[in-house]
Design a protein. Structure first.
Length: 199
């Protein structure tokens, strides 16, 4: 079975959609990034900690390291066993957030992630599209303290949104762009249709 990834800006509703898909697609395995295995979860705590100063290159490498461990320890085995894997974020997040958002360069970030993942590519990527201001407003409504990345300025998120659009335009056979402002049940139906066409 294939790897399906869910991408988008913070506040787009990725986690809600991922949970809905996992509930409706019996036997699917739901994982998140960074995380999914113990070492990667520890890296998640590190990169999201607002009390830490982490340089852009170190940030990109930490995400790639967490991804490498997830692929080696869990993801490869699940896919080899024929399971449908739903992954909340993957390489495209680093291309958008570190490559464009942190201005490290999409090609350079792609190179370290190709090494980290052994070239693993999703069969389908669901991109939840939302304007950065709307995504940030949703985050504010949650009442949670922002993490280190969420504290970045508006220009950072505008670069990320533009990068996601460019990635989707470059690979229209892999990406399905969904309007994240639609009601959650409609969004879930659209996502289920896209996955059904794949499998």
């Amino acid at each position: 079975m294939p790897l399906v990834t869910i991408e988008g800006l913070d506040g787009a509703g990725k986690t809600t959609l991922a949970a809905g898909l996992a509930e409706r697609l019996r036997g699917a395995v739901l994982l998140r990034e960074p995380g999914g295995v113990e070492a990667s979860e520890r890296i998640r705590d590190l990169v999201k900690d607002p009390a830490l100063t982490i340089g852009a290159r170190a940030e990109a490498l930490l995400y790639a390291a967490a991804r490498a461990q997830l692929v080696e320890e869990r993801l490869s085995g699940e896919l080899a066993a024929g399971r449908l894997v739903l992954l909340d974020r993957f390489v495209d997040s680093s291309l958008a957030y570190q490559g464009a958002g942190r201005e490290l360069g999409v090609e350079d970030v792609a190179a370290i992630n190709a090494f980290a993942t052994g070239g693993l590519t999703p069969a389908l990527t669901l991109l939840l599209r939302i304007e950065p201001a709307q995504g940030r407003a949703r985050q504010d409504d949650r009442g949670e303290a922002p993490d280190r990345l969420e504290l970045a300025g508006d220009a950072f998120f505008l670069r990320i949104a533009a990068a996601y659009d460019e990635l989707a335009a470059a690979e229209p056979d892999r990406f399905v762009v969904l309007d994240a402002t639609r009601p959650p049940h409609d969004l879930l139906d659209d996502a289920l249709d896209a996955v059904a066409r794949l499998i």
